[in-house]
Design a protein around this ligand. Structure first.
Ligand code: 3PG
Length: 214
């Protein structure tokens, strides 16, 4: 299915494209395009490139320019300035480890779908006040995992979560089985040693297995 053009993509589109959003850390811009192609080859198009390395923005830019089938997004967005830099580099969505009204407002102005991070009821209420109902549940396993998501489903029946943090190929199915979970996020699709070695076949295999989780 074709990805919606920029400006029309919603947070739910980002969450529903595949069972897993890979959380990507890249040190070298030369790795960005082959990595993106490897993930797309396995059926994963929404790619969260975390703003944790000096190369991150250049990586987003390279993927946006050279891998048309990929939808690069920015992770670890911690400020409005991060959101603006990510959008300027070509990010099509943003993921943040927490929520602030400033980040929410900046993403709104930029037309950048945002999955803000939450782990408590108060944080969910704040994100909801900002107009956000599709949220990253972070850090998913340390913050209570499946039991916490089941508990949150009562008062927050209208919220959809992307649990991230401690999710693996082994425990992903029990998260994905929850009605309030739209997808999961995780770094297991892009092991640091495989990225470093340029083992793109392994990454395609991991992506294919992840895509098959739903
Ligand atoms: C992160 O932001 O680092 C993500 O939560 C990834 O967590 P993981 O490495 O446990 O998948």
């Amino acid at each position: 299915m074709a990805v919606k053009p920029a400006g029309l993509l919603t947070p739910l589109d980002v969450m529903r494209d595949a069972a897993v959003i890979p959380v990507i850390v890249l040190d070298d811009v030369a790795q960005a395009v082959p990595l993106a192609r490897a993930l797309v080859g396995g059926g994963i198009r929404m790619l969260e490139v975390t703003l944790r390395t000096p190369a991150a923005l250049a990586c987003i830019e390279a993927i946006a320019a050279e891998v048309p089938a990929a939808v690069p997004g920015a992770g670890t967005v911690r400020s409005a300035a991060d959101a603006r830099a990510a959008a300027a580099a070509g990010a099509r969505f943003a993921v943040s480890p927490g929520y602030t009204p400033a980040i929410g407002q900046a993403c709104g102005e930029l037309g950048l779908p945002l999955l803000p991070g939450v782990s408590t009821g108060s944080e969910i209420l704040q994100a909801q006040e900002g107009g956000f109902t599709e949220l990253k549940f972070f850090p998913a396993v340390p913050a209570g995992g499946v039991a916490m998501l089941k508990a949150l489903a009562g008062p927050f029946h209208d919220i959809r979560f992307c649990p991230t943090g401690g999710i693996t190929a082994a425990n992903a199915p029990e998260f994905l089985a929850l009605p309030n979970v739209a997808c999961v996020g995780g770094s297991w699709l892009t092991p640091a040693d495989a990225v470093k070695a340029g083992d793109w076949e392994r990454i395609t295999r991991l992506a294919r297995e992840a895509a098959a989780l739903r």
